[in-house]
Design a protein around this ligand. Structure first.
Ligand SMILES: *Cc1c(COP(=O)(O)O)cnc(C)c1O
Length: 408
C-alpha cells in the first residue's frame, strides 16, 4: 500500500533507516491483532475488569440549569484506572507487546500521566520499563515521578533541548534504536510515524463507542456538539470516532495559553502560528518558525503543551469535519471552578479546556441541543498548579511545613 498511514496530505512514517524493519514488524503485529477476535476479547476483558470500563456518562443537571439552554453530558474518563483516558491506549499496546514476545517497554511523558499509565501496565504485565521525561517536567511533576518509580519504572530526566516533552520523545527514539529486539516504544498519543496515529486512535475509540451507546440510552438521540481537548489528539479522536455523523459538530479545543495574540500558547491549528511540516517522524501542523525551528509552547495544562498535533485530526480539520478552537489559561480556570462547584467533579486542567469552550457556546444554544464534553482525566493531579492559580495561602503554608519536615 503506497499511501499507508497517510490522511490526506498528513501523516506518513519518516524514519531513520535503522528503524524501518522494527516499524514493519509493529505494523504487521497491529494489523494481525486488529483482525483477531481473541485480541479484541482480551482488550475488552482488561478494560472491564482492570480499568473499570465502561466509564459513566453523567448528565450535568446543574450546569444545564445554569446555562438554561442545551442539555450537557460529561463522559467520565477521569474514572478510568490511573485517572485518564491514557490507560486505554497503554493497555492495548501492552497486549501487543505480549504478542510480539518483547520484554521491555519505554515511553515519553510530559505531565507524567502517560508515564504513570505505562509504569502501571508494565507492573501488571511484568515488563521492564524506562520512562523518558524532560528535566523541566521532572521538576514540576514530582508526584507522578514518585509513582512511576514506586511502580517499578526507571525515570530518566532528559537534559537536551528545552528539556520538555518533545525532547523526551527524541530520547525515547534514541533508546529504541539501540534496543529494537526486546523493546517496544509505547507512544502516548495519536502522533508520530505510522502506525501510531492509527493504533492509538483504535484503542481510544472505545470512548466514542461507549459514549454513543450511552447517549442513545439516556436521550434516545445523538448530541449536537461533541467537545474534547486536543494535545496530541488521542482523547479527541477517541470520542469523535463514536460520532462520525454529518449532523454532529466535533470541536477540538487547543491550549490558548496566555492568548493567541501573545504567542504564548500551544494552538497549532486554531492560531495562525502553526505551519505544515515534518517533525518527529510525521507530517502535520507544528508550531515552528520559518526555518523549521520548533517554537516554545505554553499552557497551564502540561498535557496540551506540545508542538505537534495528530495527522488524523489535521486531515479532519482540513476537510471541515472538526472545528478547532482554543481556550486560554484564564478561561480554563473559570470553567474548572464552575464545574467543581456545580457538579462536584474535578476535571484535569487539560479536560477543562473542553469545558471552557462548551461553556462559551452553551448560551447561544437551545433546549433542543445536547452537548457532550469528554472529561479526559481527573484534576486532583493538578493540585500544585491549581493551588498556585488560586493563590491559596493555606496550601503555601502546608508546603513550607512539609519542606521543614525534610530539613530544607
Ligand atoms: C495526556 C492528556 C491529554 C492530552 O493528550 P491527547 O492525546 O490530546 O488526548 C488530555 N487530557 C489528559 C487528562 C491527559 O492526561
Amino acid at each position: 500500500m503506497k499511501n499507508r498511514g497517510y490522511y490526506g496530505a498528513f501523516g506518513g512514517a519518516f524514519l531513520p533507516e535503522i528503524l524501518v524493519a522494527t516499524f514493519e514488524e509493529l505494523v504487521k503485529a497491529f494489523e494481525e491483532a486488529r483482525q483477531d477476535p481473541g485480541f479484541r476479547r482480551e482488550f475488552e476483558e482488561i478494560m472491564t475488569n482492570y480499568c473499570g470500563r465502561p466509564t459513566p456518562l453523567t448528565f450535568a443537571e446543574n450546569l444545564t440549569k445554569h446555562f438554561g439552554g442545551p442539555r450537557i453530558y460529561i463522559k467520565r474518563e477521569d474514572l478510568n484506572h490511573t485517572g485518564a483516558h491514557k490507560a486505554n491506549n497503554v493497555m492495548g499496546q501492552g497486549l501487543l507487546v505480549k504478542r510480539m514476545g518483547k520484554s521491555r517497554v519505554i515511553a515519553e511523558t510530559g505531565a507524567g500521566q502517560h508515564g504513570v499509565a505505562t509504569a502501571t501496565m508494565a507492573a501488571k504485565f511484568g515488563f521492564q520499563c524506562t520512562i523518558y521525561m524532560g528535566e523541566k517536567d521532572v521538576d514540576r511533576q514530582r508526584p507522578n515521578v514518585f509513582w512511576m518509580e514506586r511502580l517499578g519504572a526507571d525515570v530518566v530526566p532528559v537534559r537536551d533541548g528545552s528539556r520538555i516533552l518533545k525532547d523526551a520523545i527524541n530520547e525515547a527514539f534514541r533508546d529504541w534504536v539501540g534496543h529494537m529486539e526486546d523493546t517496544h516504544y509505547v507512544l502516548g498519543t495519536a502522533c508520530g510515524p505510522h502506525p501510531y496515529p492509527e493504533m492509538v486512535s483504535y484503542f481510544q475509540s472505545i470512548i466514542g463507542m461507549e459514549a454513543r451507546n450511552q447517549i442513545m440510552e439516556q436521550e434516545g438521540r445523538l448530541p449536537t456538539r461533541v467537545f474534547a481537548c486536543a494535545g496530541g489528539g488521542s482523547n479527541a479522536l477517541g470520542v469523535f470516532s463514536g460520532f462520525p455523523d454529518d449532523s454532529i459538530e466535533r470541536v477540538a479545543v487547543e491550549a490558548g495559553g496566555k492568548g493567541l495574540e501573545s504567542g504564548r500558547h500551544a494552538a497549532r491549528i486554531a492560531s495562525k502560528d502553526g505551519n505544515i511540516g515534518v517533525a518527529q517522524g510525521y507530517k502535520s501542523y507544528f508550531l515552528q518558525d520559518s526555518d523549521g525551528q520548533m517554537r516554545e509552547t505554553h499552557s497551564v495544562a502540561a498535557g496540551l503543551d506540545y508542538v505537534g498535533v495528530s495527522p488524523i485530526l489535521a486531515a479532519m480539520a482540513k476537510e471541515g469535519r472538526v472545528r478547532f478552537e482554543a481556550a486560554t489559561d484564564r478561561e480554563v480556570l473559570e470553567a474548572l471552578t464552575l464545574t467543581m462547584n456545580k457538579e462536584g467533579v474535578i476535571p484535569a486542567l487539560e479536560s477543562a479546556h473542553a469545558f471552557a469552550q462548551a461553556f462559551k457556546e452553551a448560551p447561544d444554544l437551545s433546549g433542543e441541543d445536547i452537548l457532550l464534553i469528554n472529561q479526559s482525566g481527573r484534576g486532583d493531579k493538578d493540585i500544585f498548579t491549581i493551588a498556585d492559580a488560586y493563590n491559596d495561602s493555606a496550601w503555601g503554608d502546608f508546603i513550607r511545613e512539609r519542606a521543614d519536615h525534610y530539613g530544607a
